[in-house]
Design a protein around this ligand. Structure first.
Ligand code: NAD
Length: 258
């Protein structure tokens, strides 16, 4: 396959939740292949660090502080992106949270927070990005970072799995609505990744026990690395995936194939 199929030079991408973790790695690598990156996160200091890292490596990036739960902030995110970079080609919805807790004890505000971040946040970023792409007349790629929790249950993660199951059907519905505008909507769906989500550290088993347990149940016998999500993201963003829409690409070491 020719290299140019994966070329993203000059494209403009928003990556939500790019102040740390998986989003930070994806932002860094999208910039490394020539994309102008907008880091959209509630963590302002972390966002500035991501931007600095990208600039130090010779890439282009800005930070636009954004709470994806807030409609007006999402509106402002698109407006400021276009004011700075004049277009929007790629929206990577990634900002997500989990609260590991037995469903029986989950508080209403915790449920709301997870759903508002992981599902409403993804929807409104996708919707506003699509409006911009339609106005530009250029098409575009909307990518959602889902989870194996969208296709299999995870104990003590009821709201999270509900949100990710919702994300998967959101991908399919939006893909159908926007296919004739050449806006492709897809997800990649990570399994257990070597980045513990913020706030969930204390709920896990001790690291060694956790790792041994996971190694036993993951067909590839290890967690994935955030870097192993870069290829799927670049593929879905680029012309290499020009006829791919409504797809959920599992990136889970075979976990969901069982
Ligand atoms: N880590 C994993 O094992 C794993 C597995 C499958 C899927 N995922 C998904 O990957 C995505 C990123 O996870 P991660 O592991 O990098 O988590 P993380 O906690 O390391 O990073 C999440 C980022 O999202 C930001 N964020 C949280 N709420 C926000 C909001 N309301 N508005 C804007 N930004 C907000 C945080 O500030 C943080 O920078 C999530 O959607 C998660 O569900 C992670």
């Amino acid at each position: 396959m020719n290299r140019y199929l994966f070329d993203l030079t000059g494209k403009v991408a928003i990556v939500t939740g790019a102040a740390r973790g998986i989003g930070k790695v994806l932002a860094r690598e999208l910039a490394a292949v020539g994309t102008k990156v907008v880091v959209a996160d509630i963590n302002v200091e972390g966002s500035e660090n991501t931007v600095q890292m990208i600039r130090d490596a010779g890439g282009q990036a800005i930070a636009i502080p954004t709470d994806v739960r807030d409609r007006q902030e999402c509106d402002r995110l698109i407006e400021q992106t276009v004011a700075e970079y004049h277009q929007l080609d790629i929206m990577l919805c990634n900002a997500g949270i989990d609260i590991l807790k037995p469903a029986i004890a989950l508080e209403e505000f915790e449920w709301d927070n997870i759903i508002n971040t992981n599902l409403k946040g993804y929807f409104q970023c996708a919707q506003l990005a699509a409006r911009q792409m339609i106005q530009q007349g250029t098409g575009g790629s909307i990518i959602m970072n889902s989870s194996i929790g969208g296709v299999v249950g995870i104990a003590e993660s009821a709201a999270y799995t509900a949100s990710k199951g919702g994300v998967n059907l959101l991908v399919q519905s939006l893909a159908l609505e926007w296919a004739d505008r050449n806006i492709r909507v897809n997800a990649f769906s990570p399994g257990y990744i070597d980045n513990i989500m913020e706030g969930t550290e204390n709920f896990r088993r001790p690291p060694k026990e956790d790792q041994e347990h996971l190694n036993a149940v993951i067909p590839m016998k290890r967690r994935g690395k955030p870097e192993e999500l870069v290829g799927p993201a670049i593929f879905l963003a680029s012309e290499a995936a020009s006829y791919v829409t409504g797809a959920i690409l599992m990136v889970d070491g075979g976990y969901s194939a069982m």
